[in-house]
Design a protein around this ligand. Sequence first.
Ligand SMILES: Nc1ncnc2c1ncn2[C@@H]1O[C@H](COP(=O)(O)OP(=O)(O)OP(=O)(O)O)[C@@H](O)[C@H]1O
Ligand SMILES: [Mg+2]
Length: 384
Amino acid sequence: MTDLPTVPTSDPAPDPARPDPARPDPARPDPAGPDPAGPDRADVVRPHAEHAYAHELAALAAADTRPRPPQWRLSPWAVVTYLMGGRLPDGTVIVPKYIGPRRLMETAVATLATDRALLLIGLPGTAKTWVSEHLAAAISGDSTLLVQGTAGTAEENVRYGWNYARLLAEGPSPRALVPSPVYRAMEHGSIVRVEELTRLPSDVQDALITVLSEKTLPIPELGGEVQARRGFNLIATANDRDRGVNELSSALRRRFNTVKLPTPATADEEVRIVTQRVAELGAALELPAEAAPADEIRRVVTVFRELRHGQSEDGRVKLKTPSGTMSTAEAISVIVQSMSMAVHLGDGRVRFDDLLGGIEASVVRDPVHDTVVWREYLDTLAAR
Ligand SMILES: Nc1ncnc2c1ncn2[C@@H]1O[C@H](COP(=O)(O)OP(=O)(O)OP(=O)(O)O)[C@@H](O)[C@H]1O
Ligand SMILES: [Mg+2]
């Protein structure tokens, strides 16, 4: 693909890299048009990170005196503070988004300030998607440039497609071109995210290699190219347990710095993660915080950790491990689900027995193997 002719911008063909006033640019909402994230943001089920934490980002930008890489909204120091939490001189509290080793976030942020892309890998539920969204929000102020990797993801999702009605009427023109999120990130010098990189078919992975190594996207139909503006970079996530259908080619892997997100090291750390997210999700659903008492949260986390590690917390009892991952993310949903049941259909208080039902649903994925695992676990619990 790199051998395609690229044409100097003095070419009479319109320069596709130049914003076209006739083509509304979704990354820069039309002030006159409806802004989906605008006045009714309070009604949105799940606001984007840059909206949900807008006050923190604004306070960080105001307090941030360190140098910012080109196009970055914040300095790398401020981005790490946004992720790890802290208190600013003006008193603004930055809540921690990532709970875990600071070094990992520093490596991730430092990578994005270079010309290498960032690959976050880890087991399911280790906050890969969550961290990538917050990184994009803090660095570019926009976490919405996203390609979801599936077996059906086509090359046009990482390059560009065409509006066929326009294409037929006018022939290839910048107005007929439909840019992909990667294209738009290159145009604006911002961060684009690729979820589940290993699920992308290999020809689509190959298209990314050109983008990451040349920082250019050739558009042979228009005899031009998009050259990435400074600030452009890519964050990909990949699961190292549910192996993707397509392994990463080594050529693509070499374009990335990899940061592996671990499962929470200690029970206390995991309890902190779950408590914080349950409080945030509960508040968004208008569930009272007292519905999920701290000791119930700790018990759920203990069950998840024991099953994940195949032994009791004190190491005395060996346990079978279920086929599922028993991730922190699942522990969070078990508790939020029970809170909803308790508040809407019960007496308003979550009980451990109700939680056990939710945990069972997380454990029993394979009805034969996991039912045995769960029965044995309940027996050891009763015996302890
Ligand atoms: N270390 C952590 N710090 C903060 N939040 C965490 C942590 N680990 C998990 N979470 C929470 O778990 C939830 C799920 O995380 P996320 O969806 O990002 O996982 P993932 O690694 O992308 O999983 P998958 O591989 O299934 O896509 C998020 O709500 C996040 O807040
Ligand atoms: Mg994910």
